[in-house]
Design a protein around this ligand. Structure first.
Ligand SMILES: CC(C)(COP(=O)(O)OP(=O)(O)OC[C@H]1O[C@@H](n2cnc3c(N)ncnc32)[C@H](O)[C@@H]1OP(=O)(O)O)[C@@H](O)C(=O)NCCC(=O)NCCS
Length: 170
């Protein structure tokens, strides 16, 4: 299911609002606000170019969570071969713990086939993200050594669904 939706109607709210927040396709016009959240969320934030590249791919789902007109969070999910990869997710610091990341992930899951596995990498020190993913059905499947270039930290690999269906030995 492809499609970032970036070429869909940008301002259309697609999911019913939850706590005043709706989900719609991420638009290129959102990127200045996205970058401001990105810089407050990660030690090595994505650039505008990295978002634009991912959003341009046919097998990418890019979503924005919007509180009235402001972007409160976003997600980028891309398909590589037989698995979907959660490439990026962040919520504005002042909007966290309101269910917005959960809303974004559930909205992305609605756009892919139920049987398709989803994987991600997360810093083992990022307890809030690990709690979020575990609560949504992701399970740990080992470490990717020295994955993060900024500090050499390993990545915890998580999967939702069966990695074997994506050809990954378990
Ligand atoms: C991780 C992140 C996306 C979570 O966004 P969020 O909108 O606050 O998450 P939700 O409100 O949907 O939380 C869902 C569940 O995740 C867990 N969780 C979220 N934040 C948590 C925290 N600070 N401490 C412990 N558990 C937490 C809880 O189980 C929570 O459910 P609960 O509130 O009912 O207890 C957000 O903290 C963020 O943007 N962090 C910086 C970027 C980042 O680390 N992204 C992930 C990279 S792998």
């Amino acid at each position: 299911m492809p499609n970032s939706g970036s070429n869909e109607t940008a301002r259309r709210i697609e999911a019913p609002p939850a706590n005043g927040v709706g989900v719609r396709p991420l638009a290129y016009a959102d990127l200045p606000l996205v970058i401001s959240i990105e810089r407050r969320s990660f030690p090595s934030p994505w650039s505008v170019g990295m978002f634009a590249l991912e959003m341009s791919k046919p097998d990418t789902i890019a979503l924005a969570a919007v509180d009235e007109v402001r972007v409160a969070g976003y997600l980028v999910l891309s398909r590589f071969d037989r698995a979907w990869h959660l490439m990026n997710i962040a919520v504005a610091p002042e909007q966290r713990r309101r269910g917005i990341a959960s809303l974004l992930i559930e909205a992305a899951f609605e756009r892919i086939d139920r049987d398709e596995p989803v994987t991600l990498e997360v810093r083992p020190t990022n307890r809030s993200a690990i709690e979020l993913y575990s609560g949504l059905g992701f399970r740990s499947f080992g470490l990717r050594k020295g994955y993060y270039p900024d500090n050499g930290e390993d990545a915890l690999i998580m999967w939702k669904g069966d990695p074997a269906t994506a050809g990954v030995p378990v």
